[in-house]
Design a protein around this ligand. Structure first.
Ligand code: ATP
Length: 626
């Protein structure tokens, strides 16, 4: 067969329903598309004025939305550039022919193009998702032009006639269909306008036909100035040095309806190599990390695109609250979808870098404030480190750790403070009450203990260790070597082996615990009789099994390796070493059980049965001494 070339033909009657119904995922999008067209129409007019192409006498620009529930109509009226009948035929009748693109092409060398929103030439048809008939009544800015009226009932047929519009601009009337009737509700319509148009560049007013005016106590009508729904100059478009703290806080409150003050914020303002403006807020936490939910609103030229778009905003930043406006976003026709290319990744990297720069800056120049905020921001930094390697690297040195007295140190500071005492070891506690005993003992030996009690800490600690093999985190009950006397070396001597064996027999018999592990050491302090230790690796493994509770792994595969460490320097232990078990069985059993339970209490919560037993025995012991 010979080669043939040609162009595809599209039947408008088949493609039209697709555009109307399936191009946009949400019905409410029509508000965004029609109001942004109205704003575009005004922008074009002001642009022509500033280029000297026309000379405008008025400068009161606005978009009015009129809801008429009774007649089931919604009107969107602007006093922008308007259209002639010819322009309607060109821009509206030719689907996917954008007047916005046409305008930009015509004036491409004059001024920046970013403020005009439309460019696909399809947005207008979203009106048919909620309307059975749409009317355009419009009058062009060009002097002596005639008003034109375009009507279409959603098919491929349209009608164009003389219009009735006397002043410049466009009035779009939607005759709302059954499918769109929810938008005839004032609250729904208002919230949709708020959602998409909050930052659009011209004031938008909503008027409801037949709405009872507000009255004072005496029944007199209160005359109120109409109030625009939107803010035409959102704070983020201003330069950072022109914004006050109060303005930042106010903007936060208005945008996120969060009445708790944010901790601090980052004003993003970038012109090159891409345009990006926005403000990211660090919210105050008062909930556990797991339930924390941020919100990042993404805008394109002051038009809302979507919330929490993962492609642009690094996932961990979704814990923050903020707005980001990037006119250069490679958006799809339906705007909420991004064309995922390298550019989007660059934006995401830039935002992440800005956040780590801000945190490093604060750490270096205002450590006090940084420490004040740290409890709130630490889960965020830890989560960020787990999710983003580059971020992790940047914040590694500025990660703080709190001790029991509320002081913050970095890991390098901790290691410096313990130089000569600890070799690259960092002691931490997961529970300052439960593990108080161990913390106290370490403190007596001049060793500080850091608190790592958040659910994110175990994976975070593993991450740190995997990146720095010189630092090892050890929970206070995992290693007693730093509270033992140097004489511990003697633990291998024949005498110690013998004592250990004898005590082992006593404890196994008293506790009826054949599998128990026991060790005898010399503590620097003689007050403590015994402690339980569980190696760090072993405990982490157990914690992991608990976390993945129903993973099907049998926890018995990893037996608990808890070990009872008896202090040879303690009087009670001494008594057990030097007494004859056959002759003093009852008393020695009681002492052994009590010593064991005391060690256990310092290590973990007793089971209810164990607790009852312990209390009974304690009373019995008290009775013995009176
Ligand atoms: N209110 C209006 N005033 C003046 N011209 C308008 C108005 N609404 C639409 N137009 C013209 O109709 C064209 C088509 O509008 P439509 O919303 O379909 O596409 P667009 O805005 O160009 O692009 P997008 O699909 O990205 O929204 C516009 O480019 C504009 O020239």
């Amino acid at each position: 067969m010979s080669k043939e070339k040609g162009s595809l033909s599209i039947h408008s009657e088949n493609i039209f329903p697709i555009i109307k119904k399936w191009l946009y995922s949400d019905h409410d999008i029509f508000v965004r598309e029609l109001v942004s067209n109205a704003c575009d129409a005004i922008t074009k007019l002001t642009r022509l004025n500033s280029l000297g192409e026309i000379s405008l006498e008025d400068n009161e620009f606005s978009v009015k939305i009129i809801l008429d529930k009774e007649n089931k109509t919604i009107k969107i009226i602007d006093n922008g550039i308007g259209m002639t009948a010819e322009e309607i035929k060109k821009y509206i009748n030719q689907i996917a022919f954008s007047g916005a693109e046409d305008f930009l092409e015509k004036y491409k060398d004059k001024g920046d193009k970013e403020q005009i929103i439309g460019h696909f030439g399809l947005g207008f048809y979203s009106a048919f998702m909620v309307a059975e008939r749409v009317q355009i009544n419009t009058k062009s800015y060009v002097e002596n032009s005639e008003s034109a009226l375009w009507t279409c009932e959603g098919g491929t047929e349209f009608e164009i006639a003389d219009g009735t519009k006397e002043s410049r601009g466009t009035e779009i009337t939607l005759f709302v269909s059954d499918e769109g009737k929810s938008f005839l509700d004032e609250y729904t319509l208002r919230s949709t306008i708020e959602k998409y148009c909050s930052f659009m560049p011209f004031p938008i007013y909503l008027e409801v036909v037949g709405k009872e005016p507000n009255k004072d106590e005496d029944g007199n009508v209160i005359i109120e100035d109409p109030k625009a729904i939107n803010v035409t100059q959102p704070l983020y478009v201003k330069k950072p040095n022109e914004c006050t703290d109060e303005e930042y806080k106010e903007f936060y409150k208005d945008t996120f309806k969060d009445f708790k003050e944010p901790l601090f914020w980052i004003h993003l303002n970038m012109d090159y190599p891409f345009n990006l403006k926005g403000i990211l807020y660090f919210p105050k936490l008062n909930t556990e990390f797991d339930t924390l939910e941020g919100q990042i609103k993404l805008y394109n030229n002051q038009v809302f695109v979507a919330n929490n778009i993962k492609e642009v905003i690094p996932e961990f930043l979704l814990l923050l609250k903020g707005v980001i406006d990037c006119p250069d976003l490679p958006l799809n026709v339906s705007r909420s979808f991004l064309q995922n290319d390298g550019f989007v990744k660059k934006i995401s990297d830039y935002i992440s870098k800005k956040v780590s720069d801000k945190l490093s800056g604060m750490f270096k120049t205002d450590r006090l404030s940084y420490e004040k905020f740290f409890d709130d921001i630490s889960p965020f930094i830890k989560y960020g480190s787990l999710k983003d390697e580059k971020f992790a690297k940047k914040v590694e040195e500025i990660m703080l750790y709190k001790n029991k007295s509320g002081n913050f140190v970095t890991i390098s500071e901790y290691l410096d403070l313990h130089a000569g005492k600890l070799e690259n070891k960092v002691y931490y506690t997961t529970d300052i009450v439960q593990q108080a005993h161990y913390i106290e003992l370490l403190k007596e030996h001049g060793i500080d203990v850091l608190i790592l009690n958040h659910s994110i800490d175990p994976p975070f600690v593993s991450l740190l260790e995997s990146k720095n093999d010189k630092v090892k985190f050890i929970r206070v009950d995992a290693d007693l070597s730093d509270v033992l006397t140097d004489a511990q070396i003697e633990s291998d001597t024949e005498e110690t082996i013998k004592i250990t064996e004898e005590l082992s027999n006593v404890f196994k018999s008293a506790l009826n615990k054949e599998e128990m592990k026991l060790k005898v050491e010399s503590f620097k302090s003689n007050e403590v009789s015994a402690m339980i230790v569980l190696s760090e690796e072993n405990r982490r493994m157990q914690d992991m099994l608990k976390m993945y509770g129903n993973s099907g792994i049998d926890p018995n595969m990893f037996p608990s390796n808890e070990e009872l460490v008896l202090n040879k320097n303690n009087k009670l232990v001494d008594f057990l070493i030097n007494s004859n078990y056959e002759e003093n069985k009852e008393l020695m059993d009681t002492v052994a059980m009590q010593v064991y339970d005391l060690a256990l209490i310092g290590h973990k919560k007793l089971s209810p049965e164990k607790m009852v037993e312990f209390l009974k025995r304690s009373n019995k012991i008290l009775n013995m001494i009176i």
